[in-house]
Design a protein around this ligand. Structure first.
Ligand code: MN
Length: 131
């Protein structure tokens, strides 16, 4: 069973994401701010992190940079959860090290299929091509 860490400060979004993921059979870890999320990521090493960008205190892109610059957590897939849809935002999200993003609002089927496709995608750093 794949595990997903959701780092999201909005209670309604957290509740919905957790409900959809748990119903689909994922083990869900929850954090409402980046610091708790970082601690959970290091301790539990989830398969995927859903990272809200706008968080109280440390923002999601900073938290992503910290995780991606640490060899112990760099292999965890991070998908930004964002309401940002403006030009340049995707660039910022990729530059911070996110593997992709899911636009809010969360829509049940699309959300699940996006999670599944990210989990199915091979991590290049963990699976170097055999030459
Ligand atoms: Mn937020």
């Amino acid at each position: 069973m794949a595990s997903v860490l959701v780092i999201e400060d909005n209670p309604a979004n957290m509740k919905l994401a957790a409900l959809v993921l748990e119903k689909a059979g994922y083990a869900v870890l929850q954090a409402r701010e980046a610091e708790t999320g970082l601690a959970l990521a290091r301790a539990e090493h989830p398969d995927l992190i859903l990272m809200d960008i706008q968080l109280p205190g440390m923002d999601g892109l900073t938290a992503t940079r910290i995780l991606k610059s640490d060899a112990a957590t760099a292999g965890i897939k991070i998908v930004a959860l964002t309401a940002f849809a403006m030009k340049g935002d995707e660039e910022n999200i990729r530059a911070a090290g996110c593997d992709g993003y899911i636009a809010k609002p969360i829509r049940h089927k699309k959300f699940l299929s996006e999670i599944e496709s990210h989990l199915a995608r091979k991590n290049i750093s963990e699976n170097p091509p055999s030459t």
